[in-house]
Design a protein. Structure first.
Length: 69
């Protein structure tokens, strides 16, 4: 399943610069190998200051949530 075909989170705005962040990456990962469930993620970064944001969701969820730092 390709992430490009899935609904994506709204592109975040940098809290420092106030400009729209650029998408830097996306994929899936298993935080706990073997027993953990898969997470989809999307990462964004500010082209001015480099501040980043990451959004995650479980493969069975439709809503994206901002990952805590």
């Amino acid at each position: 399943m390709s992430l490009e075909n899935e609904p994506t989170p709204e592109t975040p705005t940098c809290s420092r610069c106030g400009i729209e962040m650029e998408r830097r990456g996306a994929g899936t990962e298993k935080p706990i190998p073997l027993i953990g469930s898969e997470l989809e993620f999307q990462q964004f970064g500010c082209p001015e200051c480099g501040q980043g944001a990451r959004f995650e969701r479980s493969v069975d969820e439709e809503e994206w949530s901002r990952a805590g730092v």
